[in-house]
Design a protein around this ligand. Structure first.
Ligand SMILES: Cc1ncc(COP(=O)(O)O)c(C=O)c1O
Length: 407
């Protein structure tokens, strides 16, 4: 057989910064039968509005083939208008020219990093942060600086100190990446006061804010905290939205709201990436909005995920041993666990799977400084209420054994 080329010899330097994610690794463990998995963070498949999608697809091609044709790079004009209207309802002054439709918000993260980052540029990130965001920054050789969080989101006070320190060394971040609502991975929400303070710091130190909000509409009752973008009158905040969690991730439709000139630059970058987002996906999203049914669908999702959140919080307080702490999300898909510091949750995972058939994601991969080894991300989005109760009881047994072994 002919010897295969050693492809690594041809790779670009930036490839050294590209990492696989712990989350994907955890998926492999969950494929075994009988496993209850809190690893994925996928939407509940039974929540997908199948009959609505079938109805929309049936009516779609009668006198219009735009769902099957290449579309404009910026996205279907009518979809951009509808998204702009939604942003205006959220108090963000906006027209279609401020909207770029993307192939999911993950592509938005990639395009923004492509346009903004030179190798070695500093980017502030939440610690812990969404791995897909960290990877997008890493792919363009951005230098990630973690800012700690608490129950009210980013510790803006600690960020101020960090910025002062960085500034004295001549280090100026290009932007901060934040998931301010029901964060992935912790479930926490950045308080209104801290949003103001964050924008103040961004002005003082002249960096941009990347506000990624895929979970904002999956809220469990409390009044929504205004988007950071509503406080912005100079185009400093770049806002990302997505239909993945409120319709289906299969449509691969997200969007960027930003100043017109930045949208134009991103559009040029997108031309070289994929020409346009999925026309079929965009058309489905558009028709679901125009039918008026997306709104009622979102209302039903809030009820479904709220029940699952409640089931997980209840099970955690019933079964977890002392020394385990967790967040209480007001929306989204995730709860964050802190275990006693001597427990390594990555090392514990194979035992959780083998001994109790329960899976989770270790929190370490969400930290840019290698810390977080005793933390866990739990997703309540995919499992049923009964599975949540049983899965948390199993996980509590695994943790209890570790604590007892350390005594
Ligand atoms: C915080 C955050 N941003 C972006 C994404 C990417 O979403 P999509 O590309 O499906 O819109 C996800 C997906 O889980 C996410 O949790």
């Amino acid at each position: 057989m002919k010897k295969m080329l050693q492809m690594e010899r041809y790779y670009a330097e930036r490839v050294t910064e590209m990492r696989g994610s712990d989350i994907r690794d955890a998926f492999k463990l969950t494929e075994e039968p009988g496993i209850i998995s809190f690893a994925g963070g996928f939407p509940a498949p039974e929540s997908f509005p199948i009959s609505l999608i079938e109805k929309l697809l049936q009516g779609m091609f009668q006198d219009d083939y735009s769902g099957l044709q290449y579309g404009p790079t910026e996205g279907l004009e009518e979809l951009r208008r509808q998204v702009a209207l939604q942003m205006e309802r959220d108090n963000v002054p906006c027209t279609a020219a401020n909207i770029l439709i993307t192939n999911g918000s993950q592509q938005a993260l990639d395009l923004i990093c492509k346009v903004l980052l030179d190798p070695g540029d500093y980017v502030l990130v939440e610690q812990p942060a969404y791995v897909g965001g960290l990877n997008a920054i890493g792919n363009y050789q951005g230098c990630r600086v973690g800012i700690p969080m608490d129950e009210d989101g980013l510790r803006v006070d600690m960020m101020a100190n960090r910025l002062k320190e960085m500034s004295s060394k001549g280090q100026h971040p290009k932007f901060i990446y934040t998931v301010a609502n029901f964060q992935n991975p912790t479930g926490v929400t950045l308080s209104a006061a801290r949003r103001q303070a964050l924008l103040q710091l961004a002005r003082e130190y002249d960096f941009l804010i990347l506000e990624d909000n895929p979970y904002g509409l999956i809220s469990f009752g409390q009044e929504a905290v205004p988007h950071i973008k509503t406080l912005d009158d100079e185009g400093r905040v770049i806002y990302l939205g997505s239909f993945s969690k409120i319709l289906t991730p299969g449509v691969r439709v997200g969007w960027i709201t930003a100043s017109e000139s930045f949208i134009r630059q991103l559009t040029i970058a997108k031309q070289g990436t994929d020409l346009c987002s999925s026309s079929l996906g965009m058309k489905l999203v558009l028709e679901s909005i125009l039918s008026g049914e997306l709104e009622s669908h979102i209302a039903s999702l809030r009820i479904l995920y709220r029940r699952r959140r409640d089931a997980m919080l209840h099970a955690l307080s019933s079964y977890m041993p002392p020394g385990v702490h967790w967040t209480r999300p007001e929306g989204g898909f995730f709860i964050w666990l802190r275990l006693p510091s001597y427990i390594d949750t990555k090392a514990m995972l194979p035992f959780a799977v083998a001994e109790e058939k329960v899976a989770y994601v270790s929190g370490k991969g969400f930290h840019v400084d290698g810390s977080g080894s005793s933390t866990i991300r739990l997703a309540y989005s995919e499992a049923s209420e009964a599975e949540i109760e049983e899965g948390i009881a199993r996980l509590a047994r695994v943790i209890r054994r570790r604590i007892e072994a350390a005594m």
